[in-house]
Design a protein around this ligand. Sequence first.
Ligand SMILES: Nc1ncnc2c1ncn2[C@@H]1O[C@H](COP(=O)(O)OP(=O)(O)OP(=O)(O)O)[C@@H](O)[C@H]1O
Ligand SMILES: [Mg+2]
Length: 397
Amino acid sequence: MPPLFTVGILGGGQLGRMMALAARRLGCRVWTLAPEPDPPCAQAADGHIRAAFGDARAALRLAARCDLLTCEFENIPAAVAEAVERSGKAVHPGGAALKTAQDRLLEKRFLRGLGIPVADYREILRRKDLAAAAREIGFPAVLKTARGGYDGKGQAVVRGRGEAEAAFRTLGGAAGNALVWERLVPFAREIGVVCARNAAGALAVFPPAENVHRGGILHLTLVPAGIPRGTEARLRALARRIAGGLSLTGTFCVETFLLPDGKVLVNEIAPRPHNCGHYTLDACETSQFEQHMRAVCGLPLGSTRLLSPAAMVNILGTGAGDRLIGAAQALADPAVKLHLYGKQEAHAGRKMGHLTALGGSAAAAARRALAAHGKLAWARAGGPGLSAPGTGDKEAA
Ligand SMILES: Nc1ncnc2c1ncn2[C@@H]1O[C@H](COP(=O)(O)OP(=O)(O)OP(=O)(O)O)[C@@H](O)[C@H]1O
Ligand SMILES: [Mg+2]
């Protein structure tokens, strides 16, 4: 029997790896394209084309072997996706959605255009825009690069004009990079909504998750988030409008801030599976990765039902070594699942894996996940020195 589909994944990271594992369970073949020699996704794929993401010819070679392509991160050059689309193969997300999602300014204009509330912001295209933003929006604020940021990189909290000038320089504003000046939102909670939309326009929404960040990097996700029904309905409606507006096919996430008065602001859109949806692998009837494959292959979407309250903790590198110790101790709790991504080097703040725990409540699951996380440490191959995962995020921020 031939494979159900052969899927090409642009990008080599852990999201691609977990997509590939889901695709293979469905009997699909998987090829990946990434510049690294042995990226996490290639370890789970049938084949790997080693090429730069900007190499349109390589992407066309990938497309020639596959029925369709998908992107596991949004910084694939839109022109490359468009070249593949012109060749007659689908790419999800396609060039148009990538363009919007990889530029915070375009993304915010798009959201505003749909009437979706976002944090007050100003576009900083030149140095003199700083003074106007300081006057009109004020401090504290977050300055972010319009393009290329992730895991809190490419942004700085500024509390005065001096800091804003300094951040303008360190973020590359003086070199011509567009920046966004955002009000620092005094949110009560951060909520991520992972959804999937298939080509027929059907939308499936996973249970919204509460996210806790540390140093700008996701640390902990708790589900259910325990938000009011009305808020959940509003989140679903927002997600539907965003997916329709971007013509998204596949899994995507809407990151939101819940304000103390109950209002919702959209922070950003990720047009792909998201770190805060990793809990679905162990706690939902269908994972966000299987859902993504179903959506991009034109299959019906699966049930998003939550089977148990759950919590997910990221395992970050610390820079203290590349050898993870304590896995057996972490797994001594039978409610704990360990996912490692096959990365060779555990730089400070690098996402190396995650732990998910199930429990009677999200809080109980979080206690178990954090206890398991506390058993892990990084060490050098032969040398002394242990450091606990999750303590390296300061260096990375
Ligand atoms: N305007 C803001 N007000 C308050 N907190 C903010 C604001 N912008 C960002 N943050 C905090 O920083 C985190 C990371 O910001 P953001 O999502 O914009 O960047 P990112 O680098 O793309 O992150 P990721 O790749 O993890 O999604 C947010 O989840 C939030 O905790
Ligand atoms: Mg974010």
